[in-house]
Ligand binder design. Sequence first.
Ligand code: NIG
Length: 385
Amino acid sequence: MSTLITGIRELTTNTEGGPLHDAAVVLDGQHFAWVGPAQDAPAADDRIDLAGRAALPGWVDSHTHLVFAGDRTAEFEARMAGRPYRAGGIATTVAATRAASDDELSVNLARHIAEARRQGTTCLETKTGYGLSVEDELRSAKLAAAAADEVTFLGAHLVPADMDAEKYVDLVCGDMLDAVAPYVRWADVFCETGAFDRDQSDRVLRAAKAHGLGLRVHGNQLGEGAGVQLAVEHGAASVDHCTYLTDADIEALASSDTVATVLPACDLSTRQRLAPARALLDAGATVALATNANPGSSYTTSMAFCVATAVLQMGLSVAEAVHAATAGGARALRRDDVGVIRVGARADLQVLDAPSVTHLAYRPGVPLTYAVWRLGRQIKTPMFD
Ligand code: NIG
């Protein structure tokens, strides 16, 4: 069954030549079968007219923590009253997650993924990291693998209160990695004061690499530190947060393949400065934008909010922010089948109830997602139907 979607006033493709105007696409099965000017479009089994709306690749949210239970409203309120954010808050969610049943965790995970998809996210990474025991990390990995596009093992999120740090790193690098490796593509470590230091993070990354996993790093979130340099040295696909960077960090990212993933909703929700995305782009680094959806530091699944913030407060153009939230996320996940509209790519499409992507920043906070296709299937129908 093929579908011709026409009446696209502005089509962001993330391919050479910039956006197309008065464009059309054909979806066939799970892929784009044709992309081009509407006047040249071939016939298809079905036809949908978008009546002058803008379309773009579905968002690629390359950083979320959605296998969790519980709520941290009180911590958020305290933070808004002036208490600083600290990594230790993770322990609250670990306790709630361990106490939850598999069903509770998977329903919560599915609910948040559905929420993200309704807002145009068609490819989503999520992490373990609120289990922190072999058993709880394993079930988190299994639940995530059943629901998300990409799964990351983050056993090295925090040292459990009842464990010695070195012994915990041994466990992460040994039994925990052995157990979760079949269910995950990526491994990550929170390299930060209060979490894992440089040597401990290095051990985790080496062990993950030996298990054949791709690498990611949480780094430079709460202060300058070793995260970025370590990520680059290890050839990690992405280093996420990048809020506190030195000139040397920016230079290292610009001359590497490691993507700098910035998480503006987290920076705002933790009352930190915003990551220097403008400087990263100016230096030549690849930047991704992601939500960091989690109950502690960034409880939003809205990529549109991140895009608007990147434009209004971080100095990116709309085109740069949209690219970072689609092709940038795809690069951070080392995927070339998403975040792009071209023949053969995954048929993931977001339609805005607006004539151009500029409206994402011009009309911040307005829910503009009009329709969404994921893997060729329409998962959100027009909002006014
Ligand atoms: O990316 N930085 C570490 N992990 C999460 C925080 C999770 C939490 O506070 O529960 C983050 O911000």
